[in-house]
Design a protein. Structure first.
Length: 181
């Protein structure tokens, strides 16, 4: 997914592409590890606009993911939508130099600056990174997922298990009736 920077008109250009997740090595590896499954291809929309010192890319990424809920372990599908802005620059822009001399610490990431060499920009890595950043760290099938009972393993979304009822028979049940002076 490359563009030749000399082919960007001054008013900018729009790119609409669909790519299978297998096209991205990192996403492919995640699927092979069983971390997630892409139910749909990635729908990618990029607005590429040449600025004075850099090229601004406003991006949108939509797809549908399938992952296992960390609470109940059931797999579920959900829409993944990412919005991002990336600034592609051949070299560190003047503003950044100024920030450095004034003692303000800025990293390329903080201002969304991506450096490239040559005459082409390849969006593949950046899009993959955005997809990974957009995925939940701990996917949960629904906000009120009750998860599994830690004792019997029953999925509590389908109703309570019997563990709570048995509790008074446990080794500490006697403490419940103990009356302190
Ligand atoms: Zn769940
Ligand atoms: Zn239980």
């Amino acid at each position: 997914m490359k563009i030749d920077i000399h082919h960007i008109p001054t008013q900018g250009l729009m790119l609409d592409v669909e790519r299978q997740a297998q096209h991205f090595s990192g996403l492919k590896a995640m699927m092979e590890n069983g971390e997630c499954e892409f139910v749909e291809p990635l729908a990618i929309h990029l607005d590429v606009l040449p600025m004075k010192d850099f090229i601004r890319v406003k991006g949108r990424l939509d797809t549908t993911l399938r992952q296992d809920c960390v609470r109940c372990l059931e797999s579920f599908e959900y829409p993944l939508q990412c919005r991002f802005i990336l600034n592609y620059s051949r070299e560190i822009p003047q503003d950044l130099h100024n920030a450095e001399t004034e003692g303000i610490e800025l990293t390329a990431d903080q201002i969304g600056m991506v450096f490239f060499e040559g005459e082409e920009i390849d969006f593949t890595d950046a899009i993959q990174e955005q997809a990974i950043l957009g995925m939940p760290f701990k996917p949960i099938c629904k906000a009120n997922c009750k998860g599994l009972c830690p004792r019997c393993g029953k999925d509590l979304n389908f109703g309570p298990c019997l563990c709570n009822e048995k509790e008074p028979d446990g080794p500490f049940a006697v403490l419940k009736d103990l009356k302190l002076p």
